[in-house]
Design a protein. Structure first.
Length: 223
């Protein structure tokens, strides 16, 4: 079975498909990360989906608990979970690196199998040539793209904005809300006794009249 696959050069087609998917994944991740760092540098006015999500989630977290304890971890979480075309960005970034190892593995299988079948032959040299070309090309793409640097810059821009702008803004809003709440409670507390006093006034009058009548009768009887 393996001999047939090697002789018919099916491994070449598989390696080519893996290489093509890896190039597409690298382009998607590169373009996405480049847009992310640009949006993060203008996060205060950016409408990019990830930046809007980070700002909205941070606002919600600040309203629930007065302060987000670890802003850096907060931003890293949403960057990691960010999806492009329904797939996480982390997959698009990591697939080219995995594809290098897969191409090398397929190439080694083709080289050793062709050597067992034909010795040092044109088929063996072809496997060796294309394995080196595709794996080296993907390795250059991986190291020259500088995606890690751009992602780090994206995180730094977002963290700086949240810590220096949003934290103080939401802290002031929470303080203002906490000051307004105690002012409303005494008014409600004062309103209740007034209603109760108005409700109890007729009963008190009746009791007072009854007491006066009883005292008058007792005074007449004693006299």
């Amino acid at each position: 079975m393996l001999e047939t696959v090697v002789r018919q050069e099916i491994i070449f087609y598989v390696m080519g498909i893996v290489f093509g998917i890896a190039v597409i994944a690298k382009l998607i991740s590169y373009i996405t990360v480049r847009r992310m760092v640009k949006a993060a540098s203008e996060i205060h006015k950016s409408n990019q989906r990830l930046m809007r999500l980070i700002k909205a989630k941070f606002e919600h977290a600040s309203m629930v608990s007065d302060k987000v304890q670890n802003v850096e971890a907060f931003v890293e979480k949403y960057i990691y979970e960010y999806k492009v075309l329904g797939v996480r960005l982390s997959f698009w970034r990591s697939f080219p690196k995995k594809a290098i190892w897969l191409i090398v593995l397929l190439g080694v299988v083709g080289i050793f199998t062709s050597f067992q079948l034909e010795g040092i032959s044109v088929l063996l040299l072809q496997y060796l040539q294309w394995t080196c070309i595709w794996s080296l090309f993907l390795a250059l793409l991986h190291f020259l793209a500088e995606e890690n640097v751009r992602l780090e810059a994206t995180k730094n821009y977002a963290v700086e904005y949240l810590e220096n702008v949003c934290v103080h803004r939401y802290a002031k809003a929470n303080q203002a809300a906490s000051r307004e709440e105690p002012l409303e409670e005494p008014e409600e507390a004062q309103a209740e006794p007034i209603v109760e006093a108005e409700a109890e006034t007729p009963e008190q009058k009746r009791r007072n009249e009854q007491e006066l009548r009883i005292r008058a009768i007792l005074e007449e009887f004693m006299a």
